[in-house]
Design a protein around this ligand. Structure first.
Ligand code: GLY
Length: 400
């Protein structure tokens, strides 16, 4: 197993929270507000289902409207199915169960026929869809598809180096990316459901290689990290952030949400400490309305776009890690951060006053450097917003 670089991780700064009282002030996301937000979200999910004809939603909207797409490419079809499972869990309404189940054969076909799977995003695609199906209903086709996807993910495991290669043909570009912390729960699940420890070991090793290298000394993160052919660390480079040495907001949100998921399965205490470091960095760069700009180097007055999805993703991470935070003041701050981010998302970023939109959350950025999905609804943002509502309202922990 890969060894944790304790010295390096212990040397990472843990910032004090600046103006912590702005998070611990009166709670805004009351039960009534949460219920109103859920009602709005479900209406939009119904509209989305109708608009895409029961199929899948494009990764990003165009003028705030998603188009129909097939389940044969990309990293994000699972979020549409995942929203249906969350809706079913929250309401008990069988229509959501039937809709979610109707998607499962397409995932099975996708992994059997290897349609658009030459990448590491098996967790994003197969956990909120097929693992959810198996966990909630015992769906065997979902389990089989998810296990095939887990096996496929293992084919991207690189030795020496002990990490999962993110993009390209295996061996072409020796790098991991921060997002993969949210793909490896597929492997932890596969270990649990089969009893095969190999899945766990590879997930664990990838998580440790990631945390040993991707967090900088100030608690910010690189988006991607390259390794040499002999497995030694090379350098951090961005793909979707503003620059190699800036902090891409969604990348920081991925580590804030991914660390608690690895902690859940590994119980490595250093992950809680590291969480506090990356979380505090994230919080201290939140603008006035608590929703990050797409890169954390930008603040109010920059004129840059927000990435609302990064707030929704991070909210889920805070909610997952809260029970393990020992410092009572910090815990209260984290609870307040979730409250303020989610209230701002509901009031200022949800589509409740945008009737033409079939998304849930406006003003996200997929890739500013790539000019993709800029200031649009992004389907994972909608999913994580709904997951955070489900966690807050019903204690649902989702499927990771
Ligand atoms: N996982 C890809 C992204 O966050 O854009």
């Amino acid at each position: 197993m890969v060894q944790i670089n304790k010295e390096k991780i212990n040397n990472i700064a843990k910032e004090e929270i600046v103006n912590s009282e702005r998070y611990t002030s009166t709670k805004k996301m009351t039960k009534e507000v949460l219920e109103a937000a859920l009602t709005d979200a479900l209406l939009k999910l119904d509209k989305l289902w109708d608009d895409v004809g029961g199929n899948f939603a494009s990764h990003a909207s165009v003028d705030n409207v998603y188009q129909e797409c097939k389940n044969d490419s990309g990293w994000n079809t699972g979020f549409m199915t995942g929203m249906l499972w969350l809706a079913y869990e929250m309401t008990g309404d069988k229509k959501y169960l039937e809709r979610a189940e109707s998607h499962i054969p397409s995932y099975h076909k996708r992994i059997v026929e290897k349609l658009g799977v030459n990448h590491h995003d098996m967790g994003f695609v197969f956990v909120p869809s097929c693992v959810a199906a198996h966990k909630l209903t015992g769906n065997e086709q979902g389990r089989e598809a998810a296990l095939l996807a887990a096996d496929h993910l293992l084919t991207r495991y690189i030795v020496p180096g002990d990490f999962i290669q993110a993009w390209g043909n295996v061996g072409d570009q020796l790098r991991l990316i921060i997002d993969c912390m949210n793909n490896i729960p597929l492997l932890y699940w596969a270990a649990d459901t089969t009893g095969d420890k190999n899945y766990y070991e590879k997930a664990y090793n990838h998580a440790i290689t990631t945390i040993n290298n991707i967090v900088r000394d100030d608690g910010s993160t690189f988006h991607t990290y390259f390794f040499n052919t002999n497995g030694t660390p090379d350098k951090g480079v961005t793909a979707q952030g503003a620059s190699d040495d800036s902090c891409w907001a969604r990348g920081q949100a991925w580590i804030v949400s991914g660390l608690p998921l690895s902690y859940k399965y590994t119980k490595e205490g250093i992950m809680v400490d590291l969480f506090e470091k990356v979380a505090n960095y994230f919080i201290n760069r939140l603008p006035e309305d608590f929703v990050p700009y797409w890169d954390m180097s930008f603040g109010d007055g920059s004129g840059e776009e927000r990435d609302s999805s990064s707030a929704a993703i991070a909210a889920c991470g805070f909610l997952e890690m809260l029970p393990h935070i020992k410092d009572e003041h910090l815990k209260a701050v984290y609870e307040g951060v979730v409250d303020k981010m989610m209230y701002s998302l509901y009031q200022n970023y949800s589509t409740k006053d945008t009737p033409e939109s079939n998304g849930l959350l406006l003003h996200a950025v997929y890739s500013k450097p790539g000019n993709v999905g800029v200031d649009e609804c992004n389907i994972w943002g909608c999913y994580y917003y709904m997951e955070a509502l489900a966690r807050m309202l019903k204690g649902i922990k989702a499927y990771w």
